[in-house]
Design a protein around this ligand. Structure first.
Ligand code: SF4
Length: 331
């Protein structure tokens, strides 16, 4: 029987050549007047074809600098929302609208509104500080938005006579409270990736790699942060490794795709991702990969450029969120 090559698009089950996809994406970008923004937690191939890469803070700021009329945001849903809110005149496409975030999901807007009302009824006089990993509906209920890159500076802007309600990441909130000395009421949320790093594997890796340094994201629980030599968001990690000239071994406790930009920036070092642990069985797993970020693929970038969808569409509550985001990230 003759075999015919019928696929010009992406039939289910057939792998497309990444180089062909990259070429197609390049062409479609020109046709659609589009730029690609990619978070450090998406696959390295996507970071390599992006016009801008970075953490949430940098990418949010980059959206306002992009010259094209369309942005393809390789990240998760709340990041696409922030891009639309900061650049309402632009078309914001996402490779997969289902790319969510366990941390954002842990703080639904209706539950936050009810909790704020309860605290006020009890006489608390507070401002709400939200980590950027929240939905736009939650942002619209908050006074400030922080990222791991600007949190200390923003917390210093909260008047000293106000209490702070910090949502949704309890680990980041606890860490920020310890470094700023500001007591905080913490929302009990966490990230499914940073929550499950294996302390045993980290200790073993330290033992097997004498002289290695542990870098941990502040979304990690306190028992991981206690072992860290460097605590910081992804931009701080990049700056740190670039500042060390002698080759070192770094044990990295954050989403494993972060190794890609670290290697590119400072290839003299060795980077070992700290493994996750399955809470159900206690076995080491590949939980240090974010399943939401992994929804971004070259095929989906090509498809969203081709079809002009899915798109983040302006919602009524974006207006209130816009004021908070601009005040926090751009001023
Ligand atoms: S790594 Fe965690 S915080 Fe980041 S998008 Fe994934 S689930 Fe959300």
């Amino acid at each position: 029987m003759d075999l015919q090559v019928l696929n010009t698009t992406s039939p289910v089950g057939i792998e497309e050549d990444p180089l062909d996809l990259m070429e197609e994406i390049d062409q479609l970008k020109k046709e659609r007047d589009a730029s690609i923004l990619a978070h450090f937690y998406v696959d390295g191939d996507l970071q390599d074809i992006a016009d801008f890469t970075g953490d949430s803070l940098k990418l949010a700021r980059d959206t306002t600098q992009v010259k094209t009329s369309t942005i393809v945001f390789c990240g998760v849903h709340f990041m696409g929302e922030s891009a639309k809110i900061l650049s309402p005149e632009k078309t914001i496409l996402m490779p997969d609208l289902q790319a969510g975030c366990s941390l954002a999901d842990s703080c639904p807007a209706d539950r936050l509104a009810a909790y704020q009302a309860e605290l006020r009824a009890k006489g608390h006089d507070f401002q709400t500080v939200a980590y950027i990993n929240t939905t736009a509906a939650v942002k619209s209920l908050c006074d400030w938005i922080v990222t791991s890159g600007n949190a200390r500076e923003i917390i210093d802007r909260v008047p000293a006579d106000k209490e702070i309600l910090f949502v949704p990441d309890q680990h980041l909130g606890r860490y920020l409270s310890s470094v700023t000395g500001r007591p905080m009421i913490l929302w009990p949320g966490s990230c499914m990736v940073h929550e499950v790093f294996s302390i045993q594997d980290l200790l073993r890796a330290k033992r097997n790699n004498p002289g290695s340094l542990v870098m941990a994201h502040p979304e990690c629980p306190a028992n991981i942060l206690e072992l860290a030599d460097i605590i910081g968001g992804t931009e701080k990690m990049r700056k740190y490794v670039a500042s060390v000239t002698d080759p070192k071994t770094f044990l990295v406790a954050t989403e494993a795709n972060m190794i890609h930009p670290l290697k590119k920036l400072a290839p003299q070092h060795e980077y070992i991702p700290v493994p996750g642990i399955m809470t159900s069985t206690g076995e080491t797993c590949a939980c240090n990969r974010c399943p939401h970020m992994a929804r971004n693929t070259l095929q989906k970038v090509r498809d969203c450029l081709k079809h002009g969808s899915p798109e983040i569409v302006w919602q009524p509550y974006f207006t209130a969120a816009q004021e908070v985001l601009r005040r926090s990230l751009l001023q």
